[in-house]
Design a protein around this ligand. Structure first.
Ligand code: RP5
Length: 146
């Protein structure tokens, strides 16, 4: 069965971070789809998207009062990886919104603007049940590529 990843971002302004994740997933041959979808502006759309999605892992990229990762996590028990985006407080506001999710609704959080690590973590999750992805991930990591 093909495993897929959804890359969600709160705004078009987050696109460069999403591209970092896309680049890694492409190198690892992991199918993905990317959407601009805001927890603040289109929450019903986010709800529908997550409900209907066949993706195995969600990467949610957001800055400022970054509710997207937490909202996605509230809608699914699949893994949600949050990527804080550098904003008014250098991304501290968004990193805290992800790291400080209440117990019971986790968002696995990577560093500020680190779409690369989000994709590598998503790949690591998929690799648990997919030997081909595991092999590609080991090769990628062994090259030291950032
Ligand atoms: C968040 O607010 C987005 O994820 C983005 O990082 C930030 C700024 O959004 P825009 O004002 O550029 O739409 O919702």
């Amino acid at each position: 069965m093909t495993r897929t990843v959804s890359i969600l971002m709160g705004s078009e302004s987050d696109r460069e971070i999403a591209k970092k994740a896309e680049t890694v997933l492409e190198k690892l041959g992991i199918p993905y789809e990317t959407r601009v979808i805001s927890a603040h502006r289109n929450h019903k759309e986010v709800d529908r998207y997550v409900e209907d999605s066949k993706s195995d892992v969600f990467i949610a990229i957001a800055g400022l009062a970054a509710h997207l990762p937490g909202f996605v996590a509230s809608l699914t028990t699949k893994p949600v990886i949050g990527v804080p985006v550098s904003g008014k407080l250098a991304g501290l506001e968004s990193i805290l919104s992800m790291v400080q999710m209440p117990s019971g609704v986790p968002v696995g959080t990577v560093g500020v603007d680190n779409g690369t690590n989000a994709a590598l973590l998503a790949a690591a999750i998929l690799a648990i049940s997919d030997p081909a992805t595991s092999k590609k991930l080991q090769e990628y990591r062994s090259t030291g590529t950032k």
